[in-house]
Design a protein around this ligand. Structure first.
Ligand code: NAD
Length: 261
């Protein structure tokens, strides 16, 4: 075990599903104390199942928290520290993509509603701001910590199959991570971002995806398949752990080779 996150205190936002859930599960398997937070109260069941399947020393707690609510985020971070004494690793992962892409009806720049724009920005950018602010508050005081943010390859380039606010929010996330790395480095706090390509999760809704859209995505991935949440969790744990002790301010793609094209 080269990651050595056993016994560390971990927070994961958006932990009830998809990538966040896979990260939480991997941390429990490594023996960490893991706090799962999500806007959906299904997070309690998700955490219960992780606790049941855990065979090692890892422990699990769950919190309902909407990252758009800055007071709720402050309380979340205070609750984690009250329960576990500190916060070593913060995975800031909550995000949505609930609006039409620019190829879909209603997705063009002159058609997209301001409400749709704001809805995505509220979670992906403002929600990250609140979670980053309060994670940094705790970690600066400790003079240690590692923050891993879930950005997206859509934050690094234009992407026809994604919406305007998604691309804009994830591009802003990239800037926020880089800027925070400047400040946090002297407090021994690192911050890095994951930039996943297309991963099979609930982010596009739980229904079947149109075959043509699935095929178009696959064409854009040299490894010829969508990612699975577990494909992303490995990189997330590496960036969180001491195995990446001289890495900060980086944006790291995990995309089946799509960025090589
Ligand atoms: P998902 O929908 O399976 O999981 C996201 C979780 O975040 C859900 O449990 C949801 O309830 C929660 N959430 C939504 N709004 C929230 C809020 N306001 N407060 C707290 N929790 C909230 O989707 P996912 O694909 O696992 O998404 C996780 C992250 O990965 C997101 O930031 C997403 O943008 C990013 N991402 C996903 C992909 C992909 O293809 N799936 C690619 C790149 C980046």
């Amino acid at each position: 075990d080269t990651l050595h996150i056993d016994g560390q205190v971990v927070l994961v936002t958006g932990a009830g599903s998809g990538i966040g859930h896979a990260i939480a599960r991997a941390c429990v398997a490594e023996g960490a104390t893991v706090h799962l937070a999500d806007v959906s109260d299904t997070v309690h069941d998700a955490a219960g199942k992780l606790a049941e399947e855990s065979t090692g020393a890892g422990t699990v707690a769950s919190h309902v928290c909407d990252v758009r609510d800055k007071d709720a985020v402050r309380v979340l971070l205070d609750d984690v520290v009250a329960a576990s004494g500190r916060l070593d690793i913060s995975f800031l992962n909550a995000g949505i993509n609930g609006v039409p892409s620019l190829l879909q009806p209603g997705g063009a720049i002159d058609e997209l509603s301001f409400e749709a724009w704001r809805g995505v920005m509220d979670v992906n950018l403002d929600g990250l701001f609140h979670s980053l602010q309060h994670s940094a508050r705790v970690m600066k005081k400790q003079r240690s910590g590692s923050i891993v943010v879930t950005a997206s390859t859509a934050g690094l380039r234009a992407e026809p199959r994604v919406s305007y606010p998604y691309v804009a929010s994830k591009s802003a996330v990239v800037g926020l991570v880089r800027q925070a790395s400047l400040e946090l480095a002297r407090f021994n706090v690192r911050i890095n971002a994951l930039a996943p390509g297309p991963v099979v999760t609930n982010i596009g809704g739980t229904g079947p995806r149109p075959a043509a859209a699935v095929a178009a995505w696959e064409d854009s991935v040299p490894m010829r398949r969508w990612g699975r949440p577990d494909d992303v969790a490995g990189l997330a744990l590496l960036l969180a752990s001491g195995a990446s002790s001289w890495m900060t301010g980086g944006i790291h793609v995990v995309d089946g080779g799509a960025s090589a094209l």
